[in-house]
Design a protein around this ligand. Sequence first.
Ligand SMILES: C[S@@+](CC[C@H](N)C(=O)[O-])C[C@H]1O[C@@H](n2cnc3c(N)ncnc32)[C@H](O)[C@@H]1O
Length: 289
Amino acid sequence: MSAAVALSTEELTVLEEVVLLLRERRGVDLQGYRVATLVRRVRNRMIAANVASLDLYLRRLREDPAEPDALLERLTIKVSRFYRGAPAFEAVREALAARRAATGRRVAVWSAGCGLGEEPYSLAMLLGSLQPPEDAPDVTATDIDPAALAAAARATYGAAVLEELPVALRDRHLVAAGADRWQVEPALRRRVRLERHDLATAAAPPGAFDLVACRNTLIYFQPALQQRVLQLLTAGLLPGGLLWLGEAEWLSGPVAERFRVVDRRARLFALEPGSRDPGAVEGASCASA
Ligand SMILES: C[S@@+](CC[C@H](N)C(=O)[O-])C[C@H]1O[C@@H](n2cnc3c(N)ncnc32)[C@H](O)[C@@H]1O
């Protein structure tokens, strides 16, 4: 692990131990994450846990069985919203509609780094306007954090994350669940399959996808890990399939050559049908836009 942030050798060593401990105890490998992000979030957790030094925090992490989960919760920030970046959803809807018309079959979607479920349920709403529900889910939603997936399964949200969601969609797919709380209705929940999946270490989930949404997740990774993850996401796509990144993200490096830009503002790309995996996509990365 190398640091572009100002850290003493001791601090860096402690941080490496924190990363090792999370790998051993939780099977989560944060080795390729941006050091600045890790440091900011560990410090953030130290303040919340009222611990004054990194050394003391490491001891707490070793001794308190609840602490690894508390830290993991901080390290994998899950801020999201339904229809986050609403105009981009329209661009995605149009591209998927065109694909469905061209292929004459149902389309399948993977939401990678799905957080608390706002994104996959939004995608399920979008698919609802394109194809009727079937027994099998048409959205696969994956995340590294089991607590996030459990929250996504409960599918209950505060009003703040619904602000970008068109009211007609809210009224169709969510029901009131207490003061300022809303729950996604069961029919929409059935369209989404939730699975634990670590983008840093696992192969793409089974299935070939017409759209892979990986938004606001790659930005936390160092370029080398971004390269690997972009290869993995691309491997999950059908020929001509769509890759959707977050608004602060952009494709660069050799992997970018395998895609054409469908909608620049939406950060939507299509895999060139004849494109071949160069094997090692040296230097491919997701640049900050
Ligand atoms: C900021 S949220 C993005 C949520 C949603 N995609 C969006 O754009 O609103 C980032 C998500 O990436 C997940 N994540 C971080 N590292 C991951 C990894 N290695 N594999 C899978 N998910 C990961 C976090 O747990 C978190 O839920």
